[in-house]
Design a protein. Structure first.
Lengths: 364, 127
């Protein structure tokens, strides 16, 4: 089991820890998952996401290589832009979802911890001579600073106008004296940044941000993975292994927007074929009245016919609703459709609702 | 961890307290702490008779659903309806506002077989 450089800090703070993607990670802090979620929506949440991986691609031919490997259009990106994309296999299903940064002389690709080795192998398999692929995951630390007051905190901690960075761009800045790559990105639906810096400085950055929050009266709290999950869920962001996976096409999960059909990319042919044949499933969000819908629960239509299974479900603290993401028969995917989720052998009324439950800050 | 000295306990962490001829049930402070934030509670219908050791309801935290068991068998006379709007009361005050059910015991002697506060505290220390 791996431990992040903040492991001791988490234990001292009283976090409940559990294994995630090979790391012993904080699931909740004593504040509790619900309050952690709410404080991220009202002020600032700090997330230790060192388990995330970072891969750098450079060299002659790197542009064409990355362009062909990822589903999104990237060649129009300016230096410092950051963009969401998918990594597909030849069947068109999702190996991973990524954030791709265009740096001055390389591509910086942020990958999920649990898929890192498979991602690196997949890139490696297609990599032409002359392109260099370096996995920086072990020497790079990653912390997310998220919330409506995150940019205010960052401007103080960096003594620079990080808040001038447009959304989905990045830059280099010293945060509490540590040189960082700063991306105005995140996974909570709030404004904020993700910081990349040398792993040795993890405690310095983390405690420095907390100290700055205290000094300037900006409530800044450590947030565990439980709240990270409910924050991303409410904001309509996918978690690999749930809304997207190697068993799910991006078209089924509503990620056609992350696929650029004007270019060639790995998996495109399979997607075109699936589109022509007609999709058999569609990802919807349902609101459930009376119980917590959880992964694996069966979903039926009003006649009792099975129409899908819950891929992720939970209590959503901001909107105060129980909701689930379900891959359903497209015939029952319209907003307002009455369904039922089988909770402990009992059908509980549910209805398809508009996604996302919480509109992310960058779309407001 | 706090313990209600007037209650008796099951190893599955329900407490039961005598209140006149009736008994009141909830989950212990140790249990709410281990479960984390409670987001939903499912309770039985008033009038239902449930035997000792059988499930009377379900408590759902952020991470999981757990059954709750009757410490003593009996007929349900009241349930805590307030928990539907405020399940977090179980976290805040597990022995007071976070109570679950009230019932008329079928055999009050079943109480005698439950753990007293000292035994329960020792049991929690073993976990």
């Amino acid at each position: 089991m791996n431990a992040t450089k903040l492991h001791d800090w988490h234990l001292a703070a009283g976090a409940k820890m559990a294994p995630f993607a090979g790391y012993d990670m904080p699931i909740t802090f004593p504040l509790g998952a619900v309050e952690e979620h709410l404080v991220t929506r009202s002020s600032v949440g700090l997330f230790d996401i060192d388990h995330m991986g970072q891969v750098e691609v450079s060299g002659p031919g790197a542009d064409a290589f990355v362009d062909r490997m990822v589903s999104a259009r990237i060649l129009d990106m300016k230096v410092w832009d950051a963009r969401y994309s998918l990594l597909l296999n030849d069947r068109g299903t999702v190996i991973d979802d990524l954030f791709v940064y265009r740096l001055p002389s390389s591509w910086w690709i942020v990958v999920n911890a649990s898929n890192r080795l498979e991602d690196v192998a997949w890139f490696g398999k297609h990599k032409p001579a002359g392109v260099t692929l370096v996995d920086h995951s072990d020497d790079t630390y990653m912390i997310a600073v998220q919330g409506p007051r995150a940019m205010e905190l960052l401007d103080i901690a960096a003594n620079a106008k990080i808040s001038d960075y447009p959304r989905f761009t990045s830059g280099r800045a010293e945060v509490v004296g540590v040189p960082c790559l700063v991306g105005r990105t995140g996974y909570t639906g709030e404004d904020g940044v993700e910081l990349f810096f040398p792993a040795a400085d993890a405690v310095k950055v983390w405690t420095g941000l907390i100290a700055a929050g205290e000094k300037y009266g900006i409530v800044t709290k450590a947030i565990g993975l439980a709240a990270r999950d409910s924050l991303r869920f409410e904001a309509g962001m996918p978690l690999h292994g749930h809304e997207i996976s190697q068993d799910i096409l991006p078209l089924e999960a509503g990620f056609k927007w992350a696929c650029d059909f004007d270019k060639d990319f790995v998996g495109k042919a399979a997607l075109l074929k699936a589109q022509e044949a007609g999709l058999t499933r569609k990802l919807v969000t349902v609101e459930v009245k009376g119980g917590v819908p959880r992964e694996g629960y069966e979903v039926q239509d009003e006649s009792g016919r099975t129409v899908g299974k819950v891929v992720a479900g939970m209590f959503c603290p901001t909107v105060k609703k129980f909701a689930a993401n379900v891959l359903v028969d497209p015939a029952v995917s319209k907003i307002g459709t009455a369904l039922r989720v089988i909770i402990r052998n009992k059908p509980v009324p549910a209805a398809v609702v508009k996604r996302p439950l919480y509109v992310p800050a960058y779309r407001r | 961890m706090t313990i209600d000295k007037n209650a008796r306990y099951r190893s599955s962490h329900e407490w039961v307290r005598k209140d006149g001829n009736e008994m009141v049930v909830g989950i212990s402070d140790h249990a709410q702490e281990a479960l984390g934030d409670i987001v939903f509670v499912e309770l039985p219908e008033v009038g239902k008779t449930i035997k000792q050791g059988e499930t009377f309801g379900v408590i759902e935290s952020v991470k999981a659903a757990s059954d709750m068991y009757m410490p003593v068998g009996g007929k349900i006379t009241a349930v805590n309806d307030g928990l539907s709007g405020d399940p977090a009361a179980v976290n805040r005050e597990p022995y007071a506002g976070g109570w679950m059910i009230r019932f008329a015991p079928s055999d009050p002697k079943e109480w005698d077989g439950l753990m007293d506060p000292v035994a329960y505290e020792a049991e929690c220390g073993k976990e």
